[in-house]
Design a protein around this ligand. Structure first.
Ligand code: SF4
Length: 331
């Protein structure tokens, strides 16, 4: 592939500003004219908004490496999770406005800092700007794997437009029931949407591949967050993953749930997960034969918030490992 054709395929096919003039980037499909100041469900505006960025030490080991994952935490979100730890910027809109040129500058800074990848955290409303900024830095000869760090609530057409732009999908499977998805994230259609999205991600990039340094270069990592009272749904998500994708899927089981935001007001969201819930999910991972990935230590969320991984192998013959805490907070 020539450099020019590579750049062409790495630019989001959803035209910009067309995508903003009638925004249907995510499954909400609001159809609002963001370019003219209208806002939809996520309340995103016409210009990229970012809460913070930097070398992040709290992602899964092949993403964090020795020098950190180059994380860009975008403001706004297409879900409204009652337990979101990021709610000041995901739901309340904290963050600064960045032009495409300034966003390209952030990518250059992360590259210069030695980060192992560009890690786009909750990027969906900002994809046209991200695509344009990445094209700018790549035209200047800089390149890193692009990590698409998402709740899994993605529209298929948008994902298809990302083909050849994204190298690693870091996605969630949160629920298996519409009721829980509605109560937890205001998205009853989450289950079928996230499952279809994961199939598309797998079609594009397949199993996780790492380089000689153990750093992720391509593939899908699926996070399964254990929610209070919903361990059975986490187990069912793992069963779906084993059935649909198979044990080659890389899983990251997250046990860090901490009541935050509106979770403090209602049961069962207002408590940590129990040891029994944790053990049920851990046993399911082993029973289903997954060998690639990580399981957070029980109590990770209560101890140290968003610290990095501290791993210990579970089985000698497998790469599945336990760890202390993980990156993107329960969003
Ligand atoms: S990205 Fe925001 S405005 Fe666009 S469809 Fe989704 S929720 Fe609506």
């Amino acid at each position: 592939m020539t450099e020019k054709s590579k750049l062409e395929t790495q630019t989001l096919k959803t035209d910009w500003p067309e995508a903003l003039a009638h925004c249907e980037l995510c499954p909400r499909r609001c159809g609002v004219n963001r370019a003219a100041g209208e806002t939809g469900y996520c309340r995103s505006g016409p210009t990229a908004q970012i809460f913070r960025y930097g070398a992040h030490q709290g992602e899964e080991p092949p993403l964090t490496g020795a020098r950190g994952s180059g994380a860009v935490f975008f403001s706004r979100c297409t879900l409204r999770c009652r337990y979101c730890q990021n709610y000041p910027w995901s739901q309340q809109g904290e963050g600064e406005i960045y032009s495409v040129a300034e966003l390209a500058g952030i990518f250059r800074e992360l590259y210069a800092a030695g980060c192992h990848n560009w890690n786009l955290v909750s990027p969906t409303p900002w994809l046209p700007m991200i695509s344009a900024a990445l094209a700018q830095v790549r035209a200047a000869g800089l390149d890193l794997p692009v990590v698409y760090n998402t709740s899994g609530f993605e529209r298929l057409e948008t994902l298809r437009a990302l083909e050849n732009l994204v190298d690693v999908y870091l996605t969630d499977l949160r629920y298996t029931g519409e009721d829980a998805a509605h109560r937890g994230s205001d998205a009853a259609e989450y289950v079928k949407t996230a499952r279809a999205a994961l199939r598309e991600m797998w079609r594009q990039v397949g199993p996780l591949r790492v380089n000689a340094e153990g750093l992720a270069v391509r593939g899908v990592i699926t996070r399964v967050l254990i929610l209070p009272g919903l361990a059975a749904e986490a187990c069912a998500s793992l069963e779906w993953l084993a059935r649909e994708i198979g044990p080659a899927a890389t899983v990251s089981v997250m046990a860090q749930y901490t009541p935050a935001h509106r979770a403090r007001d209602s049961s069962p969201w207002n408590r940590a997960i129990t040891r029994a819930e944790y053990d049920a999910v851990a046993r399911t991972v082993e029973r289903l034969g997954f060998t690639e990935g990580w399981i957070q230590d029980f109590g990770a969320g209560r101890s140290s918030g968003l610290a990095g991984f501290k791993m210990a192998p579970v089985k000698k013959q497998a790469r599945l490992q336990r760890c202390s805490t993980a990156g993107r907070p329960a969003a």
